[in-house]
Design a protein around this ligand. Structure first.
Ligand code: PLP
Length: 496
């Protein structure tokens, strides 16, 4: 098979291999790495429908990561998709009320980021070996909650790596905080900062860009890398579950071979839905991709007007992992619909950073026909959780509810009766309070863990191990620092 190379969406910096793209994360010109072409599936959907999750992962990933040997990929996959997941299916599909929910929350942090972050560390270590990098890889991450824990769980005890996570001390939920500060693993470091998420993010970016620091680390045998969702090593593993889900629907006889399905994805940074689009381009029969937003509906507006405009109020919602005004991965779609025109993409991205908005051309809008936007406000999100529960007994989380509502709305508006797959991105146990209140009742007096027990009673789904574990786990990370001290803290962890 010929090698698939990766280049920047903004055209600078030349072509790199998949393993180099994974190590670099972001291209040198600030663009995102995209493959020269989207490869086709290596076999028919019928053949794929007989495969396990791990086998599907191999079939998909070897098409993208062509400089990895099959042996290397098998090993990464075996290390990632093992009993860290609480079901052998890894990503089961559950039907409720005429919608097929693809449950992506069976990993160690009960949210969909585990799907990619449980394999990224292994891809990165393999990539480092391939490129003869002898330094230890130090992952630096700023988190508003979910990514930090998923990255910690993924990198914990992975030889040749260390991970340092900064979170806003008072800006994450109590459960999210407890999940992080109880993280085990000698190579993990968790730091609360006296500041907000933007401060944490800026501090981390400054360290990535600091040439002196880079030299100093290098002389001690370290180099930084990023586990951010723009890394191609996070995108490729996400393509897998859409291929797998279609295969399972086919295997169960829900759909006929070649029958198109629609897919709705609750969207924030546009990584998950972009993976669904890549799966479609590889050959999975998909009709429409419905991009679901919460009240921060920049993407909904983009799909309906062709204008991306982040100049608006940032709204805190009950689906916090979708509270985002700059969807980084959209750049990969913009590049594609511009006809793989890097110059055009670079222009839009400059406008975005200078004015906070850009307007795509009419031709580009026509190329967006595979997509449509939907959204749910806070009341609609809560109502959706309640309705699905009352009609089917199935409990969905707030993020999934946004998508579920958008999927139903789309169906009503278009009379498009194709089978609908909804990406279910978090366990309801990750957002227990919002979910319980949506179903009905006042729980101000009840603390989070007791509320989880209530949820288990009404849903019949046992409290997941991820929640049980942190109930009584000892706090292992107590470091708190000022924004100005972040670099000093990193150096002291690494004894540099
Ligand atoms: C991150 C996240 C999303 C958004 O996914 P993107 O790939 O950023 O669009 C949706 N739901 C949950 C629960 C998440 O953690």
């Amino acid at each position: 098979m010929s090698e698939l190379l990766y280049g920047s969406t903004r055209g600078g910096g030349g072509k790199v291999t998949a393993s180099q793209a994974i190590l670099k994360g972001l291209a040198d010109d600030g663009g995102l790495f995209v493959p020269d072409s989207i490869p086709a599936l290596p076999m028919s959907m019928k053949a794929i429908s007989e495969l396990s999750y791990q086998e599907t992962a191999l079939a998909v990933m070897k098409q993208f990561l062509t400089d990895f040997t099959e042996e290397e990929l098998r090993s990464c996959i075996a290390n990632a998709y093992d009993d860290k997941f609480d079901t052998a299916e890894i990503a089961p599909v559950k039907e409720a009320g005429g919608i097929y929910y693809l449950e992506l929350f069976h990993g160690s942090t009960i949210a969909f980021k585990d799907m990619a972050l449980s394999i990224l560390p292994h891809l990165m270590v393999t990539a480092a070996k391939k490129n003869k990098i002898e330094n230890e890889i130090v992952i630096l991450t700023a988190t508003s909650g979910d990514t930090g824990k998923a990255a910690l769980a993924g990198f914990a005890e992975v030889p040749g790596t260390k991970i340092i996570v900064f979170y806003p001390k008072d800006g994450v939920s109590p459960i999210q905080k407890k999940q992080m500060v109880t993280q085990k693993g000698k190579n993990t470091f968790v730091v609360g900062i006296n500041g907000n998420f933007d401060d944490a993010q800026s501090g981390v970016k400054a360290m990535f860009g600091d040439k002196e620091l880079k030299k100093e680390l290098n002389s001690h045998g370290y180099q930084f890398s990023s586990a951010n969702s723009i890394n191609i090593g996070r995108l490729v593993p996400q393509v897998v579950y859409y291929v797998y889900a279609y295969g399972k629907l086919l295997q169960k006889g829900v759909i006929a071979d070649g029958e198109k399905i629609n897919v709705t994805v609750p969207t924030g940074n546009f990584g998950n839905i972009l993976a669904a689009y890549y799966a479609m381009l590889m050959g999975v029969p998909v009709g429409k991709l419905i991009c679901a937003s919460n009240e921060n509906k920049v993407l909904f507006d983009f799909f309906h007007t062709g204008v991306y405009d982040k100049n608006r109020e940032f709204i805190l919602t009950s689906s916090p992992s979708m509270d985002i005004l700059i969807s980084s991965n959209l750049e990969r779609l913009v590049y594609k619909i511009a006809g793989n025109n890097a110059g055009q993409d670079a222009l839009f991205m400059r406008e975005l950073s200078e004015k906070g908005s850009y307007k795509i051309t009419e031709e580009m809008r026509e190329a967006l026909a595979d997509f449509t936007g939907g959204f749910a406000d806070e009341a609609e999100t809560a109502e959706e959780i309640k309705t699905v529960y009352q009609q089917t007994g199935y409990v969905i989380d707030t993020h999934t509810a946004v998508a579920s509502f958008a999927a139903r709305k789309y169906r009503e508006a278009t009379k498009d009766t194709r089978k609908m797959l909804v990406a279910s991105t978090a366990s309801p146990y990750k957002f227990t309070r919002s979910v319980m209140e949506a179903i009905g009742g006042k729980y101000d007096e009840i603390e989070d863990f007791a509320l989880a027990d209530r949820l288990a009673e009404i849903s019949g789904v046992p409290v997941p191990a991820a929640v049980e574990e942190i109930r009584t786990a000892p706090i292992l990370h107590k470091t708190v620092c000022e924004i100005s001290e972040m670099q000093a803290v990193v150096k002291s962890f690494l004894a540099v």
